[in-house]
Design a protein around this ligand. Sequence first.
Ligand code: NAP
Length: 317
Amino acid sequence: MTRVFMSRPLPERVQAAARARFDVTVRAETGPLSRAEMLESLREYDAVVPTLGDLYDASLFADVPSPRCRLLANFGVGYNHIDVDAARAAGIAVSNTPGAVTDATADTAMTLMLMSARRAGEGERIVRAGAWEGWHPTQLLGMHLSGKTVGIVGMGRIGQAIARRCHFGFGMTVAYHSRSEKQLDFPATRADSLLALAGSVDVVVIAVPGGAETNHLINADVLAAMQPHAHLINIARGNVVEEAALIGALEQGQIGGAGLDVYEFEPRVPDALKALENVVLLPHIGTAALEVREDMGLMSVNNLVAFFDDQPLPNGV
Ligand code: NAP
C-alpha cells in the first residue's frame, strides 16, 4: 500500500480521508521536521504532506539519491520552504493548496488593517491593565479606513480578495503593484512602481509569495517612501519585510503603524517589536479556522489521490 507521511497532525476529517486510501503515518509533533526526519521521509514514504517550516532544500534531495518519495503534497499555498527545482530534478513532484486559503487570509488582513488603523491592540492592553479611565472624545484616535486608499503589493488570489473587501466593504480606493497587469472586476489602478505605490496610499498590504525573489522587497527605502500616517500590513511571508528596517521606522514614527501575521525569523518575534504600541502582532493565524484547514488538507489528499491514480496533478507547482 502507498505510504504517506503527514508532517503534523491535520484535522480528523483530513486524516480520515487520507487513511481511506493510503497507509498514513501522522507525526505527533507540531513543530517543523528535523533534517533527519525529512531524510527519512524521502527514503521511507511514497509521498509526504509537508507544511510551513519543513525546509526541503537542495542539500536534502542531494543526500537521498534514489528517493522512494514521488510527491510532496504541501499543506498550504506558500511553498517557499521547498526547493521545487531540486525536488523536480530528484524526480519528486510538488503540489500546494491554492484557493482554499484565500478568503480566510484576506479576512486576517482586514483584521490587522482595522486593528492597526483603529489602535485596537493598544486599547485592549489598556483595558487588561486596568488603566482605562472611561470614554472621552479624544481618546485613542486612530485612522478611519472608509474612503482611504489601500495599496496591494501582489495582486494575486489573496491580494484581490483583500482589494474586494476594501472596495466593496469600506469604500476604499484600490491601487496595486504587481509584475503583470491584472484583469479585475472592480476598479483598481496599477502603480508605476513599488515606491510610487508606497508613497501614495494610506495602507500598504503585502500579499506576494515568499522566497528569494521577494526577500526584503519591503526595505528601508519603501518604508521611507510611505506617508507618516500610513500603515503596513503583512499577511504574506516574514522575509518579504526587512524586519530591522520596520522596527526602526516604527520606533521613529516614520509610519503610522503596522499589523503583522508573519515574521522574518518566526516564531521568534523581536523584543523591540513587542515593546512597541504601534504594531499589532498575530501568531501566523491567516488560515486558522477549522473549515479552512479541512479544505486545505482535503486539497492535499486530492492531489495525493490524483497523483497515485496517474491523473494530472490538480495543484502542481
Ligand atoms: P498568488 O495568487 O500566486 O498571488 C501572488 C501574487 O504576487 C501574484 O499575483 C504575483 O503577480 C505577485 N508577485 C509575485 N512576485 C512578485 C514580485 N516580485 N513583485 C510583485 N508582485 C509579485 O498567491 P496567493 O494565493 O494570493 O498567496 C500569496 C501568498 O500569501 C502565499 O504565497 C503565501 O506565502 C501567503 N499566505 C500567507 C498566509 C498566512 O497564514 N499568513 C496564508 C495563505 C497564504 P504576478 O505574477 O502577476 O506578478
